[in-house]
Design a protein around this ligand. Sequence first.
Ligand code: TXA
Ligand code: MG
Length: 321
Amino acid sequence: MRISLLDAGTRLRKGEVVAVPTETVYGLAACLDQPQAIQEIYTLKSRPPQNPLIIHVGAPDLIKSYVDELPEKFDDLADFFWPGPLTLVLPVKGDAVSKIATAGLRSAAFRVPAHPLAKELLKLTGPLVMPSANLSGKPSATSASHVEDDFGKEFPVLDGGPSQEGLESTILIWDEKKWVVGRLGALAPEEFLPVLRVIPEMAGKGLTGKELNETPTCPGQMYRHYAPKARLTLTLKIPHTAQKSQVIVGFSDKNYPERFKIYSLGSSAEPKIAAKHLYAVLRQLDVDGVKEAFVDIDFPDSGLWATLKERLKKAANSLSD
Ligand code: TXA
Ligand code: MG
């Protein structure tokens, strides 16, 4: 059910959960000061209670009240990337943030979204927690109808059109000495170079054993993700021999054997377009009842392409390289 901005604001203030557009993906929103609404988010999504939520605020200054001290380069990152598809995980003061939002961690994730409707809504509601508006394990929702597919036609959605980025925000975690990437997302690690002067490493990289357990990572990364029902086979070269699968997730400017039906991610020269289409294409496979599909992953391993490959590996549930 599509609702207006004012209605969305009123419902959230009353302690209801509504779906909200952001420039990355749609979010399932609850007010940070409404614990029973936050609890309802976990129930609605069937989300494991150990997986904390991102707190969305209207401006970086609003984060100060939750922390003792802002980490190095926080202001530079905020100036450069916010509002936008970046989430920063910071150590927070003892009781400053509801434990239900942080899943009991001593840190919390913050983001200032750029979508005009999300910005307007935050002025009416104050801070909102928002996980992606999909059932746990399914591809994130990048349109109002994706949200309705997962939560039913009567579920209240503020319709902001198709999501601009189509991938979740990139998460940087402050691990006391440096910023590390907790989740790849709409911003490629290379894009942080001008601000951080280094390309941030993936959290946990290069560590073993005990150290690994102490490394800050995003709990959400442990779970199977972004997956359609279809069994996906990632491949560099589509086999010419007879195969069960008749479907390829690929690119509009490439030639594939004629007997295949193509689900296009757009041009193989435009990773941002492919990112924007990815989840809609994965969801369409389910709508069409596709059981098996090849995915053409003959594209680079850098920038946003690397993020796309990581998402596809998770969708295919073949996490090892
Ligand atoms: O683009 C996005 O980030 C979207 C839109 C709606 O803003 N939100 C989103 O939320 O993707 P969600 O809940 O699907 O993913 C949040 C991720 C999870 O992997 C979670 O584990 C991680 O953020 N996270 C949250 N708080 C954390 C913390 N304190 N430390 C480490 N990871 C955290
Ligand atoms: Mg999610």
